[in-house]
Design a protein around this ligand. Structure first.
Ligand code: PA5
Ligand code: MN
Length: 193
């Protein structure tokens, strides 16, 4: 079964397949369905309809085998499928790093965005192939597919950063991203389409 390499990790060439996004050599692969995102979309009835109607995969995260350990720099490729839940675009759960460290994302395919929130103000970075989004320490982050094709990006992060999902449940992300006539629009967290 795919897993992280034990240390010490030797110099390593990793190929991320451009069609499947799988790493070779491979680390863990996580798949998130709509049922894994309970309570995150504004429209609970739309969420329940999607869950009952096949529980679709919303995104997957394919990691390289570089371990999530201090001083290492793990990488992963996330693919978010196109679609929306009651008008709110498909997105990742979003998290804060318990050990406040920065992270970079590089857009690989499709059209997406990086929603950031430091507990006081939100920010948004448009993401497309070739764009780097920088996540500073202390900023929670969530990715959103605002296009009609899969949105895919590479993430590189300090191995000791960790993932705190409860922070986003408690604080929200400042904004929600809704489908609109112009493509997409950001509205404050309580807002709906
Ligand atoms: O390290 C990251 O920030 C990313 O690899 C995310 O973990 C990935 O995009 C999935 O998002 P989340 O962890 O919020 O479900
Ligand atoms: Mn992160």
């Amino acid at each position: 079964m795919a897993d992280f390499f034990p240390p010490p990790v030797l110099p390593l060439a990793i190929r991320f397949d451009p069609h499947t996004a799988l790493a070779e050599p491979s680390g863990p692969v996580v798949t998130r369905r709509i049922s894994d995102l309970e309570g995150l979309f504004a429209d609970a009835a739309a969420w329940e309809r999607l869950r009952a109607d096949g529980d679709p995969v919303i995104y997957s995260v394919a990691s390289s085998p570089v371990p999530e350990l201090a001083r290492e720099l793990p990488q992963s490729v996330t693919t978010i499928h196109p679609g929306d839940c009651g008008g709110e675009f498909f997105m990742t759960k979003g998290h804060q790093h318990p050990d406040p460290q920065g992270e970079i994302y590089l857009g690989l395919a499709g059209k997406g965005g990086l929603l950031l929130f430091n507990g006081e103000r939100p920010d948004w970075i448009d993401m497309s192939p070739g764009m780097i989004g920088y996540i500073p320490p202390g900023w929670a982050h969530r990715s959103v597919n605002v296009g009609s094709e899969p949105y895919r990006f590479l993430a590189v992060y300090p191995g000791s950063a960790g993932h705190d999902y409860q922070w986003v449940v408690e604080h929200g992300m400042g904004h929600r991203i809704w489908r609109s006539a112009a493509g997409f629009e950001l509205k404050s967290f309580g807002g709906s389409s």
